[in-house]
Write a protein that binds this ligand. Sequence first.
Ligand code: FES
Length: 211
Amino acid sequence: MSADSFEFTGRFLEEAERNIAKYPPERKQSAVLALLFLAQEQNHDGGGHVTEAALRAISEKLEMPYIRVMEVATFFTQINLKPVGRFHVQLCGTTPCMLRGAEELMQAVKEKYGIGHGQTTEDQTFTLTEVECLGACCNAPMVQINDDFFEDLTPETLIGVMETLKGGGEVTVGSQIGRITSEPEGGPTTLLTGPAPQTADAPNAPQGGGD
Ligand code: FES
């Protein structure tokens, strides 16, 4: 398939049809975001973006104006309209991450790889995009690289993760300081004594049967 044409194939076609079938025929435009993601995924080896041809194919498939597809595609930063590198680093710059060092992460990437927001390294390995909150604020600062979150970062640990990915190595996703999900740093600070003993007049205490 040339860059001027696009059609869903294989499992992407199946998944596109499954998503369209979720909605009444006159509402099939509701599947637009799912189809944009699928088109992007199908083009993983061709730049990891949604091409102009794919936008047109989706507009035809869903029988909706091209501009409406474009409106959705340009609203979500997850949809790439330009080719991205092998690893797309989406760095959260919203307030909690900013207060916890997002700007230092951005600076470290710039110094190490020479790229800023919206830029790709010459060898097409990394693209850096500053994005809004990705919902992992408790573990700020954080980045998403392709489909994975990396949290509790410092400039050193972020560059370490990126170098490992570049070299084809295994990385630990999630917190980079070893905490489980978003538990407090240093272990639990509440509910340390276990459940309170039940008493007869506690609201949830079992009621005795009538006798
Ligand atoms: S502010 Fe960065 S994940 Fe929410």
